[in-house]
Design a protein around this ligand. Structure first.
Ligand code: URA
Length: 226
């Protein structure tokens, strides 16, 4: 019995090691390829549009690269496209997107003033959570996107975005409300707008987080009562 348990543990360990190494390998190869290349947002958009690096490619209607100002000081990063985004090829255009537009407006900005992207560029079927392999395969595109845009502040929307960018498994409720650094860029995690649609009590926390972002960027926040 003890011998069998030992073998199982060993096999488990080997399996985990292979998985970790293959994730790191995919990530590194892709990043190195992109890092060597001098590429702008248009070139990167084309690369994403023809990407077949994971199985989501077979199920998508459109890739959703991201949109907004190429010189944005503030970048919002969500999780993955949903049905509306997959249909239109644009990020945050469904109900959660409408709420995000309002959140952006709450600090006196318009969607065109910021940049909006996601961790995954393709829709997971049925809007299921992104899988670790999908995140590992797709996130080098985001890394490059951030390098090109060079925002002063990133707002990570929801658990998957915050946990991926900060390389942590801390819950979003614990992460939000303070600044962290992502490769030298200030990063504020906050609740995902889709979560707010189901839990409106989270809105006041998001408002606090947005005010901190506005202060960091030196923005004058419009009077909420008007
Ligand atoms: N949710 C996201 O995380 N991203 C989108 O683009 C839309 C909904």
């Amino acid at each position: 019995m003890a011998k069998k348990k030992g073998i199982d543990e060993l096999l488990n360990g080997i399996e985990q090691r292979i998985e970790a190494e293959s994730l790191a390998g995919v990530n590194e190869l892709l990043s190195i390829g992109l890092e060597k290349e001098v590429i702008g947002l248009n070139g990167l958009t084309e690369k994403v549009a023809s990407c077949v690096k994971c199985h989501l490619e077979a199920m998508r209607r459109n890739t959703v690269f991201g949109e907004g100002s190429e010189t944005a000081e503030l970048m919002f990063i969500g999780e993955a496209p949903g049905a509306d985004e997959d249909e239109q090829g644009r990020p945050f255009v469904g109900r959660a997107g409408q709420l995000l537009t309002k959140i952006i407006g709450s600090i006196g900005l318009k969607r065109e003033d910021v940049y909006i992207a996601n961790i995954l560029k393709c829709r997971p079927p049925g809007n299921r959570n992104p899988m670790p392999t999908e995140i590992a395969t797709c996130s080098p595109y985001l890394v490059k996107q951030i390098q090109i845009i060079k925002p002063r502040v990133i707002c990570a929307l929801g658990k998957f975005s915050a946990q991926t960018l900060l390389n942590t498994d801390m819950p979003i409720s614990k992460l939000r409300g303070k600044f962290y650094y992502y490769k030298g860029i200030k990063l504020m995690p906050t609740y995902h707008p889709a979560y707010l649609l189901r839990n409106s009590h989270g809105k006041k926390d998001v408002w606090e987080d947005m005010k901190m972002i506005a202060k960091e960027l030196g923005l004058v926040v419009p009077d909420q009562k008007k």
